[in-house]
Design a binder for this molecule. Structure first.
Ligand code: PGA
Length: 251
């Protein structure tokens, strides 16, 4: 039985005081929740403060990206040690905004996943097709290429620690949510792909999250699908009550 995961991606929102406030509000509402594994991913500047705020709660904390080198002259980048030293345990890798605006490729995703795993961080690996790709019937081919690329050369014993997030690009931040049937179709395809690439054991245990305009009012029907194991939430994770509405949908 896969435990549901609800992860909030705060993107480039929230100063340190705002982050602490939101973390405190979430801790009050669902700091001891067991119905799902809850994770929040604040911007780097707030990681330590949010980890400290949530340290006596069950809510986990993640970064939004990582660099694949241990250290060096890489202005603007953040290493695994830096992330781990804040107390964060998760890291989002390959988000479509990174792919679209910051030249993230399947190859860089792969290097980041390997580094995160070697550092004991849990990668939340994002994949998803654009509207043009969907309309061109390329969805399965695109998510297959991205998934195989992300996990290239990663042994099953490591890969099994990852979380996969299917985020159709056309649904992110647009208010256009995939229907439960559309999402489930891709999730089921990914489940089969994981069986082929790895094994039934890995495929049965890896969580596949859905992301893209998930809100309290559509979460229940999405999360009811057999292959949807949680959500990666952008906009609705920025307020405690809207995020809580999605957490409640896992109960
Ligand atoms: P959204 O973002 O919930 O605002 O659509 C999801 C994401 O980018 O992870």
């Amino acid at each position: 039985m896969r435990k549901k995961m609800i992860a909030g991606n705060w993107k480039m929102f929230k100063t340190i005081p705002e982050s602490i406030q939101l973390a405190q509000d979430l801790a009050k509402l669902s700091g001891q929740t067991d119905s799902a594994e809850i994770v929040v991913c604040p911007p780097y500047t707030s990681l330590y403060a949010v980890c400290e705020t949530l340290k006596n709660s069950k809510i986990g904390v993640g970064a939004q990206d990582i660099h694949w080198e241990d250290q060096g002259a890489f202005t603007g980048k953040i290493s695994h040690d830096m992330i781990s030293s804040t107390g964060a345990k998760y890291v989002i890798i390959g988000h479509s905004e990174q792919r679209t605006y910051f030249n993230e490729t399947d190859e860089s995703v792969n290097r980041k996943v390997k580094k995160a795993l070697s550092a004991g961080l849990v990668p939340i690996v994002c994949i998803g097709e654009t509207l043009q790709e969907r309309e061109g019937n390329q969805t399965n081919a695109v998510v297959e290429k991205q998934t195989k690329g992300a996990f290239l050369g990663i042994p099953e014993a490591d890969a099994i620690k990852c979380v996969l997030a299917y985020e159709p690009v056309w649904a992110i931040g647009t208010g256009k949510v995939a229907t439960p049937e559309q999402a489930e179709e891709v999730h089921a395809f990914l489940r089969g792909l994981l069986t082929t690439v790895y094994s039934t054991n890995l495929s049965n245990s890896m969580r596949i999250l859905y992301g893209g305009s998930m809100k309290a009012d559509n979460a229940k029907s999405l999360l009811a699908q057999p292959n949807i194991d949680g959500g990666l939430i952008g906009g609705a994770s920025l307020k405690a009550d809207t995020f809580q509405g999605i957490i409640d949908a896992t109960k």
